[in-house]
Write a protein that binds this ligand. Structure first.
Ligand SMILES: Nc1ncnc2c1ncn2[C@@H]1O[C@H](COP(=O)(O)OP(=O)(O)OP(=O)(O)O)[C@@H](O)[C@H]1O
Length: 392
């Protein structure tokens, strides 16, 4: 799939942008803080309804945006997407909220339209599929477990509408269950009826959790077939990379969603006392992790910087390939300042991937010097400066 046109209005440092895109490689280059990353961010947001940066949605709205008479400022993102099944028009408005006195608050709201019809944010996810590569991907390997869960969740959410909905439901239930557990821990609620009161929440949590587990295990199984050999090629080593799903409880993993849900339910019953004592849900997909091993060595803990970088790149390339295999068309690749970070071998791998036919890629760089003349001759180059994009 590819994005043929992107419109931005009052998004980050763009007042207005109308950008036609080719289905192949586009290089956005220009000085720091010009607005290159913001273009990738807008596409990522349209695909996932999440920002690439750790910031509130309201920060997407251009600081100097005025809004219109009586309407608070808003950022608008609109993409025309070309898919095998036909064209699609995706639009998101992020609007700042005001209080009774008309003063801007920290809150914002999201309005989504798919083919001009109002839709829920959750329905937008996966209409456009993207994979973002950034130098910060290293946290997938050496960072906290939530980064690795996020990696699986973003990949699966873009592939499976049921996964997004189940994940949202699971998170809501876990939150409500946690507030009950906290109330018992703090003796704000009588302890006699713990089992009865948890019965409904456990049923909902484990049904959703079983599905999330089943889908994550299936994805990890498929990823292994892709990422293992990719890592070998990228690192030039002989041993493949093994990705293991590490659940928060002992699991017979060769079971379907129902079987996994039953195991989770049994685990929760056994953990009841601990959960009440700690005031939180201790088991389930929200506590799981991924482990990366080569020759039996845990690379998250003991890998060299170079090995960890190779794992991160293999994971991202594997994600893109998984999406291509499952969905039947390639996701749009977004490479944010990526190539300058890579050594020659890793760079060559990435370039090989983005040069495939039917692969749309947008990449950013500050310095053209890192690209060969032949590469530059065969791509579209756009110069970005102070929130404007110029052909070059
Ligand atoms: N809501 C906003 N309104 C206006 N400007 C913003 C907003 N949010 C971020 N900016 C600014 O937009 C500019 C563009 O940032 P962006 O990250 O897109 O630049 P970049 O070209 O990718 O830079 P680099 O090469 O340094 O990564 C930055 O100066 C940033 O401070």
């Amino acid at each position: 799939m590819d994005v043929s046109h992107l419109t931005l209005r009052d998004f980050r440092n763009y007042q207005r942008l109308e950008l036609g895109l080719t289905p192949a490689i586009t290089l956005l280059y220009g000085p720091n803080a010009a607005g290159k990353t913001s273009i990738l961010e807008a596409l990522f947001f349209l695909a996932t309804t999440r920002s690439t940066r750790v910031s509130a949605d309201r920060d997407l709205v251009r600081w100097d945006a005025l809004g219109e008479a009586g309407v608070p400022p808003f950022a608008r993102m609109l993409a025309e997407v070309q898919r095998k099944s036909g064209p699609l028009r995706l639009e998101v408005l992020v609007q700042r909220r005001t209080d009774e006195d008309g003063q801007l608050t920290a809150a914002s709201s999201k309005l989504v339209r798919i083919d001009r019809r109002p839709a829920r944010a959750i329905d937008l996810v996966g209409q456009l599929r993207v994979v973002l590569f950034t130098p910060a991907d290293l946290v997938l390997v050496d960072g906290p477990p939530n980064e690795r869960r996020r990696y699986l969740d973003i990949t699966l959410s873009q592939l499976d509408p049921h996964y997004v909905r189940t994940l949202a439901h699971y998170q809501k239930i876990a939150q409500q269950r946690n507030s009950l557990l906290r109330a018992w821990r703090e003796r704000r609620r009588p302890l006699r009826a713990v089992d009865d009161e948890l019965a409904y929440w456990d049923q909902e949590l484990t049904a959703a959790g079983g599905y999330l587990l089943a889908e994550r295990l299936r994805a990890v199984h498929e990823l292994n077939a892709l990422v293992g050999p990719l890592y070998q090629q990228i690192s030039g080593g002989s041993a493949p990379l093994l990705v293991a799903y590490q659940p928060s409880l002992e699991l017979e993993t060769n079971q379907n969603a129902g079987g996994l849900a039953n195991q989770l339910a049994a685990g929760l019953r056994a953990a009841r006392r601990d959960e009440v004592a700690r005031g939180q849900t201790l088991l389930g997909p929200h506590r799981d992790d991924l482990v990366f091993r080569v020759d039996g060595v845990n690379l998250g803990r003991y890998g060299s910087r170079g090995q960890q970088r190779s794992v991160a790149l293999a994971l991202k390339l594997g994600e893109a390939e998984l999406m291509r295999q499952r969905a039947g068309d390639a996701p749009v690749l977004l490479l944010d300042d990526m190539l300058s970070e890579l050594d020659a071998q890793r760079r060559a791998h990435l370039l090989e991937t983005i040069r495939r036919p039917n692969q749309q890629t947008l990449l950013t760089a500050t310095d053209l010097g890192i690209f060969g003349a032949e590469f530059l001759a065969n791509i579209t180059r756009l110069r970005v400066e102070e929130g404007r994009v110029y052909p070059s």
